[in-house]
Structure formats: structure tokens, C-alpha cells
Design a protein around this ligand. Structure first.
Ligand code: ADP
Length: 213
């Protein structure tokens, strides 16, 4: 046993991506994985929403784009991720959630991580049926009132994902980094599947699968 008891059930850092269509539960699972590995969950969607809520200069620039379900320009998104990954808490790793979403973002991230000498270790893809996802998001719209959770914006985000982002997954598959996880089921059930898959890939410590909440 480690004398560092507070750290004993925390897996080592890791450099991960999580991808999946809007509504697949990425955000929820990303928070769990971040806690398990002791790494920041870097969600570009959360960063944009923070800026929009606080009416920063960036927030005002991206507000209409995000509300419509379109993608924020790559140059802006790339810059935000680069500066976030420069923060001290990302030194041991990170989980990127919602980035990269375009080929240009993939290339930018490749170059950035190469420069840092911190290659990705795995890309977790949550797989789920599209109609189920639309139903989930519509429910979330009623519960949370996110501005981009109107049915029209939800359908548009699914289309943009299928057109722009789904093809990128193939790139990561070719690199041998892709881990597919069934995203249908309860939060704990899906979380356990992710932990087991990461462990099977040799990422994380032996007890990471049993970490709950
Ligand atoms: P969801 O996956 O449920 O659509 P996110 O929180 O990941 O939600 O993203 C919300 C919105 O933020 C996107 O629809 C888009 O407008 C913007 N956004 C987030 N990440 C990116 C990105 N990597 N590139 C461009 N725009 C992004």
C-alpha cells in the first residue's frame, strides 16, 4: 500500500479523448473519467458556455454560433485548447471532450501534442442510436433549458456531427487508438464499461474500475 492514502485509489494520469454524437452522455462520463484519473476534463462546449454566460469578449463572439448548433471557427477553438492544456493541472494528462471535431482540429492537436511530447493514449467513442439520442436531448432541454437544446438545433447538431466529426473517428481507428463503448444504459453501467475497456487497454490502475460516482 502506498503511504499516500489520499491518492491510493486514483489511477495515474492519462491522455485521452472522448467522442460520440451529441447526447451520448460524453459530458457526464468525462467528469467521471477525469476524477478517476486525476486529470482535468477539458470540454470545449463547457468553456464556450462559460464565456457566453459571463458575456466575455469570446462569449459574445461565439454566442450565436453555439445557439445555432454550428461549429465555432477552428482557429478560435484551437487557441482555447492550446492555452487550456498549458495550465498546470494538465501536466499529468487530460481528457478532451468535444475536441477535436474537424480535420483541421485533429491536425492542430497532433502538432501540439507532438511538440509537448505527450501523444494520445486512447480515444473512447460512445456508440448510441440516433433516435435515442434525440429523445435524451429533448428531455435535457426540458430539464436544463440549454439554448441549443431546441429540437431543430438538436437535429442540426446530429447532422453536423455525422458530417464533420464521425469521419475523424476512422483516423483514430487507423492509429490503433479507438476504444468503442456502448453508450446505452445507466450512468454507472456505461462508466463501468469505460473503466473496464481502458483497463483492458492497459490504461489506468487495477482498481479504477471499481471507483464509483
Ligand atoms: P454537444 O456535444 O451536446 O453538442 P458540446 O458541449 O460538446 O455539446 O458543444 C456545444 C457547442 O459548442 C457545439 O454545438 C459548438 O457550437 C461548440 N463547440 C464545442 N466544441 C467545439 C469544437 N471542438 N469545435 C467547434 N465548435 C465547438
Amino acid at each position: 500500500m502506498s503511504t499516500n492514502t489520499a491518492e491510493s485509489n486514483i489511477a495515474r494520469g492519462a491522455r485521452l479523448l472522448i467522442v460520440g454524437p451529441p447526447g451520448a452522455g460524453k459530458g457526464t462520463q468525462a467528469k467521471r473519467i477525469g476524477a478517476t484519473f486525476g486529470i482535468p476534463d477539458v470540454s470545449t462546449g463547457d468553456i464556450f458556455r462559460f464565456h457566453i454566460t459571463h458575456e466575455t469578449e469570446l462569449g459574445l463572439r461565439v454566442k450565436a454560433i453555439v445557439a445555432a448548433g454550428d461549429y465555432v471557427p477552428d482557429s478560435l477553438t484551437n487557441e482555447i485548447v492550446a492555452s487550456r492544456l498549458d495550465e498546470a493541472d494538465a501536466a499529468n494528462g487530460f481528457l478532451l471532450d468535444g475536441y477535436p471535431r474537424t480535420l483541421e482540429q485533429v491536425h492542430y492537436l497532433d502538432a501540439l501534442l507532438e511538440k509537448k511530447g505527450q501523444p494520445l493514449e486512447a480515444v473512447i467513442r460512445l456508440v448510441a442510436d440516433q433516435e435515442e439520442l434525440i429523445a435524451r436531448l429533448t428531455k435535457r432541454a426540458h430539464e436544463q433549458g440549454r439554448a441549443d437544446d431546441t429540437e431543430e438545433a438538436i437535429r442540426h447538431r446530429q447532422e453536423v456531427y455525422l458530417r464533420e466529426t464521425a469521419p475523424l473517428v476512422e483516423l483514430y481507428r487507423e492509429r490503433g487508438l479507438l476504444i468503442d463503448v456502448d453508450g446505452l444504459g445507466g450512468v454507472d453501467e456505461v462508466g463501468d464499461r469505460i473503466s473496464a475497456a481502458l483497463q483492458a487497454a492497459g490504461i489506468g490502475s487495477a482498481d479504477s474500475a471499481t471507483l464509483a460516482s
